[in-house]
Design a protein around this ligand. Sequence first.
Ligand code: UGB
Length: 586
Amino acid sequence: KKNLHLLSAEQVDLVKILLEMGQTHLFEHWPEPGVDDNEKKAFFDQVARLNSSYPGGLASYIQTARGLLADSKAGKNPFDGFIPSVPTGEVLTFGDDSFISFEERGVKEVRKAAFVLVAGGLGERLGYNGIKVALPAETTTGTCFLQSYIEYVLALQEASNKLAGESQAEIPFVIMTSDDTHTRTLELLESNSYFGMKPTQVKLLKQEKVACLDDNDARLAVDPHNKYRIQTKPHGHGDVHALLYSSGLLKNWLDAGLRWVLFFQDTNGLLFKAIPASLGVSATRDYHVNSLAVPRKAKEAIGGITRLTHADGRSMVINVEYNQLDPLLRATGFPDGDVNNETGFSPFPGNINQLILELGPYIDELSKTGGAIKEFVNPKYKDASKTSFKSSTRLECMMQDYPKTLPPSARVGFTVMDTWLAYAPVKNNPEDAAKVPKGNPYHSATSGEMAIYRANSLVLRKAGVQVADPVKQAFNGQEVEVWPRITWKPKWGLTFSDIKSKVSGKCSISQRSTMVIKGRNVYLQDLSLDGTLIVNAVEDAEVKVSGSVQNKGWALEPVDYKDTSVPEEIRIRGFRINKIEQEERN
Ligand code: UGB
């Protein structure tokens, strides 16, 4: 009470709420007024921030936490009463007629879309010191993830505007950051002129962390390094919905005639190869929610997309995390749990956490929820009595849990794509990746880069180019397929039809080759490549590339991830590219 004069009227109300919610311990060891007043003020500012950035405020956070902690202590199954079944969705095969027509539809629609990248996570599993979007997706060109994403969005925008015969639509690009990534993301954009995008087209929304909890009564944790702060931790990527809603952007987009919002994660170098077709599926099937998925091996460490039906009539199509799917199946009449069927895969498609939401129904839903997403809590208990925690915990939420509050009438579907085309995230550090059981994906910087070369090689093969088979090689203890290092700028080839139209005659590329296509109107005709070829077409210049190209090329040289004389972004992939000789065409 003696410190109340430090506060504004609103802050006094907040303190009252804290006291009513059993949080007196926060002030217990505070000295007399006059001592540390600035720190005390900073404490109240923090409390105000924690309150305003959470839908319903701190009181609601504490209340929800108590409920979830009690459920967790009681060992309550979050899926109690729900029966899982395999939902229906669209399964695509790259390059066939329906894939091509979905792609065409997607490109047409994309000028009515906004893209949202969730990039607030530090990626503790990867252990990289920088922000993940600054990592090169591949080191042949050194293009980082953020640059690749922006160039894809710009290329989609241009192609879509061209189809519409209009040129004014600008696709909004939002990046959700956090205190861990915000400044560095902004610096990356600013020091690279936003990779060619107009700065006004890009919006950064910073998520706030949430208060940590010390016990089952949801007593807020005092920061161990500063008694005038509440300890905080990330709340998860689910924050993106509340942030988009409270920023007013959704309303602006609706007013501007937009129809879709696409969400994606920070390190999937393949993702945009899957975007046109899956947006086409959303538009054709009129999906309010479309989750991108890949075939999933039973028990593989990605969530499964599942229909859950409750005896009381509730029903939803939702991601069930992999550690929950097997026990859920066993408890509901499937004694073998999560197993592969005759296709060799689990019947539940694997969630890659790329969502396409239809804007109208999305806003309708958020107007009811304010963007709050069903949360969960995952305390690490000291012992079986579950009365105390090893360290403080907090509530978390995931963006793919958005459909949990939707009415059963909502059209929730999914689109399954080949893994080689759609999904190769960079999440694991070299040491952990090397320990991944044989046959399971490494999800490392090494496998992420190799997946880009493989996908480009397979796409060109399908377009008629004779691309040599890969060789197997181990980097950082991971055996990967090394395909020719083929890369192109998004504006060269956004869809399969696009790419096919740029390849003709008898083209071949040997395994040790590298090909970098930088221009838009580059046509490969009767090209035989054995070495490195860089095609630097200036803007719209038409360049025909043919004949035989042979040189010493660029070689992959192994490096050890423990060798700290090599830059971190290189050594985490276990090789560097020695650029011995190349031919350049303009
Ligand atoms: N992220 C944020 O923006 N803010 C946060 O507070 C946390 C993360 P991870 P995760 O692709 O295989 C997801 O850590 O959460 C961003 C799905 O939940 O890479 O373990 C972060 O920057 C899971 O169902 O993944 O697992 C990154 O861009 C499965 O699909 C993104 O959120 C899995 O991804 C994901 O964060 C997968």
